[in-house]
Design a protein around this ligand. Structure first.
Ligand code: CP
Length: 313
């Protein structure tokens, strides 16, 4: 693997899922691979799981890790040809090359503005690092995608499925804040590439982009969509078409034990209890959110491992 900024960087999906599951049996078996190699993690936004699981993954591989909360550093300029006489102090052209001298791999978390669709879809932060850094880039969630989360979700479904082709439902949930579409986009893309029966359910107006939906089934009736589901992935996202807007905070879309039936409950976390999902679901044996979060380590570790192996070629 040369980089990991989109799911299309995965060369063989079923192979990487199986290899991640094998890593769990002995996480330290490739500790020599990362010796004298450094992962620099750059955070433009907050994180709990991504930060800790990716650091743990790197350390399992013997890597050194350096973390920079970018807002503690100089204000970066991303526009080519900018006259930098206002608030930005350092151009990404220098910053990315400088950081590359300290790093063997750079991981970046940069959320969308959710006010400028075109700019967000250009992925200008992530893609500027891809363009100007001289080492491989890993996305730790960008404006439109969260590929490390989607790989962890695929690992979780592979471990827990009891039938060849499980029914997986992505169910929109209410939320008081304006949230990105990134997790939903990557989850849908991942499910389209697995042997699962995917249904997406949300209130009318919350359609994801056509590029994401492709031929996936949308059912605006949540109850109907959830029938005979094996896995229910619950997530809020703001509107794509009326970009970044909230249309509904209808608590009738909150996940409950009654709606969940016998399905496993999935969520990327963090999750707002009794808004997105009721306590009884999260506190039940059907919730697999803790297993999902554990799999973040092995999703990051298999990605870093495959990039490290490619460095030496
Ligand atoms: N799921 C996830 O990416 O969690 P964090 O935002 O805490 O990293």
């Amino acid at each position: 693997m040369k980089k990991y900024t989109t799911l299309s960087d995965i060369e063989n999906l079923s192979d990487i899922i199986q290899k991640a599951i094998q890593l769990k049996e002995n996480p330290f078996q490739f500790k020599a691979l990362g010796t004298n190699k450094t992962l620099v993690m750059l955070f433009f936004n907050s994180s709990l799981r991504t930060r800790l699981s990716t650091e743990k993954a790197a350390k399992n591989l013997g890597m050194d890790v350096m973390i920079l909360n970018v807002h503690d550093s100089w204000n970066l300029e991303f526009e080519d040809g900018a006259n930098m006489n206002l608030s930005t102090s350092e151009h990404i052209k220098e910053a990315a090359q400088v950081i590359s001298q300290y790093a063997d791999i750079i991981a970046v978390r940069a959320f969308p503005s959710l006010t400028n669709k075109e700019k967000d879809e250009s992925e200008y932060v992530l893609n500027s690092f891809v363009k100007y850094a001289t080492v491989p880039i890993v996305s730790m969630e960008s404006a439109t995608a969260h590929p490390l989360q989607a790989l962890a979700d695929a690992i979780t479904i592979e471990e827990l499925r009891t039938k060849q082709r499980p029914k997986v439902v992505l169910s929109w949930a209410p939320h008081p804040k304006v949230l990105p579409q990134a997790v939903a986009n990557s989850f849908v893309e991942m499910m389209q590439n697995l042997d699962v029966d995917l249904t997406i359910t949300h209130p009318e107006g919350y359609e994801l982009s056509d590029d994401t939906i492709k031929n996936s089934l949308i059912n605006y009736n949540q109850e109907g969509a959830l029938k005979e589901a094996d896995f229910v992935y619950v997530k809020n996202w703001s509107r794509y078409r009326d970009y970044g807007k909230i249309l509904s905070q209808d608590l009738n879309w909150m996940m409950t034990t009654e709606k969940l039936g016998d399905a496993k409950f999935m969520h990327c976390l963090p999750v707002r209890r009794n808004v997105v999902v009721e306590d009884a679901v999260l506190d039940s044996d059907q919730s697999v959110v803790i297993e999902q979060a554990n799999n973040r380590t092995f999703s990051a570790q298999i990605v870093l491992k495959q990039i490290l192996e490619n460095l030496d070629r």
